[in-house]
Design a protein around this ligand. Structure first.
Ligand SMILES: [Zn+2]
Length: 149
């Protein structure tokens, strides 16, 4: 990563002062609390789209000291993918609510079932654990519909 940066002539990574006293209680109990004095820009590759992204020193300060996220938590998605993951999560929640409200009708609705299933797979692509129970149920329902037609 450093070699890459030099080649492109990027400025050196920015830093921000770290104040571990502002961390969550759990983070304060971590080893890092005894030596972390600064945050440094962290380049990483998005797990979903493989693009290079930056977790800036200023963002780290905000995330660990204001939002109290655990100090060991790293970013794995770029911002665009993170937003997409949240959007997909919202759509899945909407499917679940619809399902809870009108199961008998929706169990016969192939479009609904396949959309829901695609959302589960998309969510998984963004790093969420695959909801196998629901995915299997949708698969079975869809199979049954195909057989019935
Ligand atoms: Zn991405």
């Amino acid at each position: 990563m450093d070699a890459l940066k030099k080649k492109r002539g990027l400025p050196p990574p920015a830093t921000a002062l770290a104040d571990p006293r502002q961390w969550s209680e759990k983070s304060q109990g971590s080893v890092a609390a005894s030596f972390r004095t600064h945050y440094t820009d962290q380049a990483y590759r998005c797990h979903a789209c493989r693009k290079e992204a930056l977790f800036s020193a200023a963002e780290q300060k905000f995330v660990y000291e204001v939002k109290k996220t655990h100090i060991d938590v790293r970013r794995v998605l770029c911002e665009a993918c993170w937003r997409e993951r949240r959007a997909v999560q919202g759509k899945i929640a909407a499917c679940e609510a619809q399902w809870a409200a009108s199961k008998p009708e929706l169990a016969l609705d192939a479009a609904f079932l396949s959309t829901w299933r695609a959302l589960l797979l998309e969510h998984h692509h963004y790093g969420a654990r695959l909801n196998r129970a629901t995915s299997n149920m949708l698969h079975k329902l869809l199979d049954r519909l195909v057989e019935a037609n």
